[in-house]
Design a protein around this ligand. Structure first.
Ligand code: PMP
Length: 445
């Protein structure tokens, strides 16, 4: 253990506790919430207990104790449009208050607008809505299995696609597939349903696909949930070539890489997936997910008249496509996360990445950027696979940097060292974050 780091973390945790008596007491009193939080992951807080949300607007969050933060977590991308953007508030109010009817099992015209706009952005012509990115992934997987008649899904080691059973698999130390550590109540050994390859490893991917039992590769164009791992030259083209050669569908999960631009990494990097899945940010804070299908995929599904796509066939969700989510999504795409907004956010993301490089230059760390998102990792050069990135984890160092930032008005995602900007984030906000990061790193010396 690093004694200096340990002492610093202790000092920062004490300060955090002192500054947040109301959050501490709210946490203590939530006796009838499992893990004292509405969802167990909310307990993952560097300070020992979560900050309680009081209010939020644009790039700012205010906690129960009255501290206002520059929010670079942005709900881990759910609030990439900024908190409560005016057009979304207006659309939600209009739907709920003026028109009435949040969910009626009836489509609204906004949905067709959303489908058309997602088509413009991602160049896939057919869209279906869900409530979360996890569900979009689950349904995309089912459809892929149905039309290929193959049982397995291939993912990258240390990926994250939500609580999708098939994705909880890693490449183990001996190079063979293992169930991901901590997998809660796996229905079957993940190796029955899945195959796994390291990101950036085309040889490994080719070997796995050669078995002929893979329906789809489900991947993020860049890994973003084990730090950011960027594609090496030729990798994504290689994935597309191999998947085509083996008759395997390619599903791009754009939930996080949407930060690359208005059409995510798919458009920004000229990718040609068969299916795109997305969620979080497109609803401007209101739950929504979506998946887009190529013409060929949608035709293959439609040709399968034996599939029950209407009732109990396993693709559903009573609240999917509800009027409220769809109104919020339309407002977000039409007025908030626009092409112009992305241009500004990407510029600021670059500034953030460069500034971060400068702030951490005394350390053997590296910085990676995907548009509006930048992240540093405790390894230099930057890890090229999920496995390498996993090996570079340091929980105590993460906690120290997070709680140090929180104590000085900067909110980061509780997981790794991601910082994300929204349309309301300013250069001054980024400067303030960089100054705090610089000071936190200096104390480590
Ligand atoms: N896909 C990716 C790439 C994600 O990062 C996440 C969540 N972090 C999800 C899917 C799942 O999103 P949700 O939890 O909103 O369903």
């Amino acid at each position: 253990m690093n004694t200096r780091l340990h002492e610093l973390l202790g000092r920062e945790r004490a300060r955090y506790a002192e500054q947040h008596p109301r959050s501490a007491s709210a946490f203590k009193n939530a006796k009838h919430l499992f893990g004292r939080t509405p969802m167990t992951w909310m307990a993952k807080q560097a300070g020992g207990f979560p900050l309680y949300l009081a209010t939020a607007r644009g790039a700012r969050v205010t906690d129960l104790d009255g501290h206002t933060f520059i929010d670079l977590c942005l709900g881990d991308t759910g609030a990439m449009a900024g908190h409560s953007p005016a057009p979304v508030v207006e659309a939600v109010q209009h739907r709920l208050k003026d028109l009435g009817g949040a969910t009626a099992m009836l489509p609204t015209e906004d949905a067709a607008w959303v489908g058309e706009e997602l088509t413009r952005r991602f160049a896939l012509p057919q869209w279906s809505l869900a409530l979360t990115a996890t569900d979009a992934n689950r349904w995309a997987i089912r459809l892929a299995r149905a039309i290929t008649g193959r049982p397995k899904i291939l993912v990258n080691s240390y990926c994250y696609h939500g609580s999708v059973d098939e994705s909880l698999i890693v490449v183990g130390p001996d190079g063979t597939a293992e169930i991901r550590e901590g997998n809660v109540g796996a229905p079957v050994d993940t190796r029955v349903t899945s195959r796994v390859a390291e990101y950036n490893d085309l040889e490994g991917l080719a070997a796995e696909l050669a078995h002929g039992d893979v329906a789809a590769v489900l991947m993020e164009p860049a890994l973003t949930n084990i730090g950011i791992v960027l594609p090496e030259a030729g990798y994504l083209e290689g994935v597309r070539r191999l998947t085509r050669e083996h008759g395997v569908l390619l599903i791009n999960d754009e939930t996080h890489t949407f930060s690359a631009g208005p059409g995510g990494a798919t458009r920004a990097w000229g990718l040609e997936p068969d299916v795109v899945t997305i969620g979080k940010a497109i609803g401007g804070g209101v739950p929504v997910g979506a998946y887009g299908l190529s013409a060929e995929v949608s035709e293959r599904i439609e040709a399968r008249t034996d599939l029950d796509l209407i009732d109990m066939g396993g693709v559903g969700g009573t609240l999917a496509g509800n009027a409220l989510s769809v109104a919020a999504t339309r407002a977000t795409l039409e007025h908030v996360l626009t092409d112009e907004a992305f241009e500004k956010m990407t510029g600021l993301g670059k500034y953030l990445a460069e500034g971060t490089r400068n702030a951490i230059k005394s350390q053997p760390w590296s910085v990676s950027q995907v548009g509006a998102r930048a992240e540093f990792r405790f390894a230099d050069p930057a890890p090229r696979t999920g496995g390498e990135s996993h090996a570079a984890e340091n929980a105590e160092l993460d906690d120290y940097l997070h709680v140090y930032a929180a104590n000085r008005g900067i909110l980061l995602t509780p997981f790794h060292n991601m910082a994300l900007v929204c349309p309301d984030t300013t250069r001054a906000d980024v400067d303030a974050h960089l100054q705090v990061l610089d000071a936190a790193v200096a104390e480590l010396a």
